[in-house]
Ligand binder design. Sequence first.
Ligand SMILES: NC(=O)c1ccc[n+]([C@@H]2O[C@H](COP(=O)([O-])OP(=O)(O)OC[C@H]3O[C@@H](n4cnc5c(N)ncnc54)[C@H](OP(=O)(O)O)[C@@H]3O)[C@@H](O)[C@H]2O)c1
Length: 291
Amino acid sequence: MTTIAVTGATGHLGRLAVLALLDRGVEPSSIVAAVRTPASAQDLADRGVQVREADYGRPETLQAALAGVDRLLLVSGNEVGRRASGHRNVIDAAKTAGVSLVAYTSILNAGDTTMKLAGEHQETEEALRASGVPFVLLRNGWYTENYTAALAPTLEHGALLGASTGEGRVAPAARQDYAEAAAVVLTGEGHEGQAYELAGDRALTLPELASVIADAAGQPVAYAPMAADEYAGVLAGAGVPAPMAEILADSDLGIDRGELVTDRDDLRRLIGRPTTPVEETIAAALPAAAA
Ligand SMILES: NC(=O)c1ccc[n+]([C@@H]2O[C@H](COP(=O)([O-])OP(=O)(O)OC[C@H]3O[C@@H](n4cnc5c(N)ncnc54)[C@H](OP(=O)(O)O)[C@@H]3O)[C@@H](O)[C@H]2O)c1
């Protein structure tokens, strides 16, 4: 039986990927949730999923975590500046363990995007190519949840803030869509060597996104464009670590360069259905934002 491991399985995307594997009928005992803090994955253990410690920064945990694993979903880490080295540790461990397919959650248009956020993803893709390990790239676009995470202040001020001019378009999809795509790839055949450009079906400007939020909430919400450094300052003031705030503001400039859209329909094709409409994700987040 094929054993499938998912790193970052205590995070949002990794957990959804494990659940998507279970939904696709994968035996719980054939799934390894490879996590930094095993105690946080007790709910998965209760369902029969194997939980093993795997810290990207501690190679000795990775060797043990990947023993006997056939296929691996490497969920990119969230520690900006330390991600590429951690991912390299995972790739090295996967090679030693003889993993036959590594699926890596990269960034949309990683081949030519110039967004600062992409740097560590591009380094990781390069490390995969150099490793000789069979791999597939899941180049994920923006999560719609990036916008719902800030829904409460957006509603409070009636303003969606950003550093895009408002002309550029972004094609977000729900995390669930990306997680399902990962599960399809991990359980299917013929994906080795592919680079999937994954994004939502609809590309919208941030003023259009503000209108969607306004309609859903039944109150005025307008897009408020800011200079990138000013927007980074607002994010930092709201508690986003400064390096991440700068990267997020820079990503809005990437929206204006067309780097968070694609004309490919890889996500829709992989999951076999339209991507989740942004209206749906926003409606689902409204009760918590309004509370
Ligand atoms: N496409 C987008 O719009 C978008 C937006 C945000 C992030 N991302 C990227 O996509 C990834 C998954 O998204 P998400 O929403 O699931 O993020 P998340 O909830 O922050 O999950 C990140 C996961 O990575 C794990 N991790 C971080 N550093 C690690 C380390 N040194 N060793 C082992 N595990 C480590 C975390 O472990 P713990 O649970 O122990 O903290 C967590 O489980 C993010 O990490 C980031 O690279 C993409």
